[in-house]
Design a protein around this ligand. Sequence first.
Ligand SMILES: [Zn+2]
Ligand SMILES: [Zn+2]
Length: 221
Amino acid sequence: MLEMFKLHREIVDGIKTLDENEKEFLYSALNIHGHFCGGMPMGYLAGLAGLKALNTTRELSMDKEVVVFVGEHHAGGCFTDGVQLATGCTFGKGIMSKDPRGKWAYMLIDRKNQKAIKVTVRPEIMKAAFEAPFITKYRIKGIPPAEVDKDVSIPAFLGLFNKPLDEIVKIEGPFDYEVDKTPSCFNLAFCEKCKDAVAENYLRVENSKKVCLDCFTYYKR
Ligand SMILES: [Zn+2]
Ligand SMILES: [Zn+2]
């Protein structure tokens, strides 16, 4: 593991086009993501481009939100990790969501000013990524990213850092965006059947008992 961190540090430190903060977050992103690939840095750069276009900085106080247009059965998961780590809008904080459209695109929302922009990776960048050996020689054959030869995965990781951001993504907006301001529920409750802790607003009533969705007979997933 330690060897892996050292390699991540060395590769990220070699990137000349990022400032010190951007490098530090990219290093964290790479450690969390866990492997070299083309998608995560693509999302990371798309994230930086979005912040710049919206004239803002990384999320600090839940003031921003992202909606990522990746889908299921879609080679876009790595891209999402990059967007999350660059913008700071993470799934865990409840300020990242998916609207699956099978694209390499996302919307960045400024919650305070109720404005949003859409950031889409340019088609020619996607075409080049899908024609690279990382995909054609490995991923398409079902080989996991971590098992791809480093001679292929590290160039895939570094591929976009020398390009200007506007050659990588197309930006649309800013446009007006109505933000959902419903607060989080802080009322802790306990299911009367399985006893699990559950947020009160997720309880249902069945046979006069307050139950969780797992215990609720009529809940369909
Ligand atoms: Zn990846
Ligand atoms: Zn229950």
